[in-house]
Design a protein around this ligand. Sequence first.
Ligand code: AMP
Length: 213
Amino acid sequence: MILMGPPGSGKGTQAAVLAWFQDLRHVSTGDMLRAAVASGSALGKRVEGIMAAGELVPDDVMMEIVKERLEELGEGWVLDGFPRTAEQVAGLVELLDGLGQEVGLVVDLQVPDEEIVRRLAGRVTCGDCGHTTSRDALDPDGGCPDCGGRTLHVRVDDAEETVRRRLDVYRATTGPVAEALGRRYPLRRVEGVGAPDAVAQRIASALEAADQA
Ligand code: AMP
């Protein structure tokens, strides 16, 4: 599966739910790049500034990372945050054709810009377990709802100005990617507004419909 949608549309949350219920491996290119930055690797040093500015990491770098991960995983994954450009779509199709793999469904989550800016302004990540959540969902003591951790970080690229830049990049570059994917694989547009459970239910219905098609 591939999950598409603007930053803050809930791709990460929904991909984690799908991974759990459908027994898929969650492949998040944003998480992979953030891990590289945190480790201080050569890749991390190369992409840190690009990510902090809300710009896209070059296609050749992204293709290399994704190729390595998908080759090692085999079948049964949900991609979150990739592909984001026409070049990445072409590279992914070639890679999957070479591996003899198909994409069962592309889900394109639909969320209006103002809702995204509101959501990202309240987003925090737990420094202990890595769980991303909204400030409203913290436990009564202000800890992580998953592990109780109290070291909560705001992603550097979640500053409002950077969010607006990421949305511009998304509209200009990544928006048309869903259409390109839809020409090759089954695509459904799913309303991403509402409680995470309700969105997960809509995605499950889309999957069922795609399975029956
Ligand atoms: P995300 O967590 O998916 O919002 O990704 C965070 C940041 O990582 C993006 O704003 C980009 O700078 C970079 N990134 C993640 N995936 C890609 C990709 N497929 N192509 C280019 N840059 C990416």
